[in-house]
Design a protein around this ligand. Sequence first.
Ligand code: AMP
Ligand code: TRP
Length: 324
Amino acid sequence: MAKVFSGIQPTGIIHIGNYLGAIKNWVELQEEHDCLFSIVDLHSLTVPYDPKGLGDRIKDALATNIAAGLDPEKATIFVQSMVPEHTELTWLLTTITPVGNLERMTQYKEKSEKQGLLSGLLCYPILMAADILLYKADLVPVGEDQIQHLELTRVIARKFNSTFGEYFPEPQPKLSKATRVMALNDPTSKMSKSIPGSYIALTDDPEEIRTKVKRAVTASDVEGEVSPGVANLFTLLEAFAPKDVYNKFAKDLEDGNLKFSELKPALAEAIVEELTPIREKRQELLAKPKFLEEVVAAGADRARREAKQHMQEIKELMGLNLTF
Ligand code: AMP
Ligand code: TRP
């Protein structure tokens, strides 16, 4: 049985890119594997944020993920900062991670342009490597934007193994079918919570969903070619609509008969149908804070038992056994 680890930041919005790129994959993997899923609150501190609202955002991320199908009976669900071994291992890994590798990370380059050079932002991928390696995970279900961070995780694992002795497996990414959902208002960049108008949130109501799909950009620069916007709508249609609906529109596209006045409402209804139960379940869960607290307390307990054991072994390999 493979060990699976993944994380999501509590930034207040979970959109259908996160859902198709990551969460749906988690829900499948929890059936067959030993899975840990973490709300990575420490990662979310690396961009400007409102400390007062953080607790609510963590609670919301938990409720939304459980509503989307994560099952605390099947997977270990916890909040990153509740397991201090994540930060402890991060420090140990900083000592074997070249700064050059960190400076090459695309996300670091993009984010640091907006907010300046903070060392937390630079070391973000080391914290992510620590999350994964702490549990000796084999598989990491993420969207395409995290592939580079995973490559670095493998570099760090190899460096550790060759320096201190074979210990960490080299974790592999597990990509879903819709691994890079594009922005609805600009299909040349990825759907992102930092771009308003780019996303459909899992919490959007049917009217918002219909309006956003209706407004989705489909224009093509090149005559006769499928534009990025249309390709994106087909990615969404394949993920959300029944197979026969998808096949009908794929055939229309092929035959040159595609009508957006038919495609867009059909897509909107398919999304509404899948998201409505999630939105309702999330509301129910938010009204049960005690239950959510119990889920993360039990999850953190389970995660911590394993984390402690591994930390002890890692420290011994690094010479930190402290028995004289
Ligand atoms: P984040 O919200 O940055 O914590 O991302 C959570 C997960 O969603 C990660 O596995 C990302 O790779 C994935 N993800 C984020 N945006 C997209 C997108 N537009 N398409 C597909 N996956 C995405
Ligand atoms: N960096 C990831 C993102 O923004 C979130 C994350 C943190 C993560 N730690 C992880 C994902 C470990 C997979 C495994 O999406």
